[in-house]
Design a protein around this ligand. Structure first.
Ligand SMILES: [Zn+2]
Ligand SMILES: [Zn+2]
Length: 141
């Protein structure tokens, strides 16, 4: 469970009603929302919230390291509050639904020395692709 609001309170983040709504929308597990989705959900709770406020708040949460940006397969950038637990992503090729997964073994450690070409390797991202249960059941999928 992402405890984004708690983390932000803990670090004394200035919590206006607009900023709080953005953080609330991102609260939860397996949350990967585009900026437009964050705005749409935030506007359901606070109709006057502007797109600019949402974008600025997201940018700030990313620079604080409390939200990570996820880009896969040329889809729109998503915002992920699961920022403190290294994880990989399982993505539905049809609808784009995304799950956080923790494969056994580490993609970073699994790269053999002779495949590193003298690089200092500091990170690795793995995307698992397939069809989610809803898309498997969808006629014509
Ligand atoms: Zn799907
Ligand atoms: Zn994630």
């Amino acid at each position: 469970m992402s405890d984004l609001l708690e983390r932000l309170r803990g670090r004394g983040w200035r919590m206006t009603s607009q900023r709080r709504v953005v953080a609330e929308v991102l609260e939860g597990d397996h949350v990967h929302l585009t900026a437009d989705e964050v705005h749409a959900r935030a506007a359901q709770r606070l109709p006057e919230i502007s797109r600019a406020t949402v974008y600025n708040t997201l940018g700030e949460l990313v620079s604080l390291g409390e939200v990570i940006e996820v880009v896969t397969d040329g889809r729109a950038r998503r915002y992920d509050p699961n920022a403190h637990h290294p994880h990989q992503h399982l993505v539905c090729s049809a609808c784009g639904t995304m799950r956080d997964v923790s494969p056994t073994g580490s993609p970073l450690a699994d790269l053999p020395a002779e495949e590193r070409f003298g690089f200092t390797v500091s990170g690795a991202d793995v995307t698992y692709r397939g069809l989610c249960p809803a898309c498997i059941r969808r006629p014509g999928a």
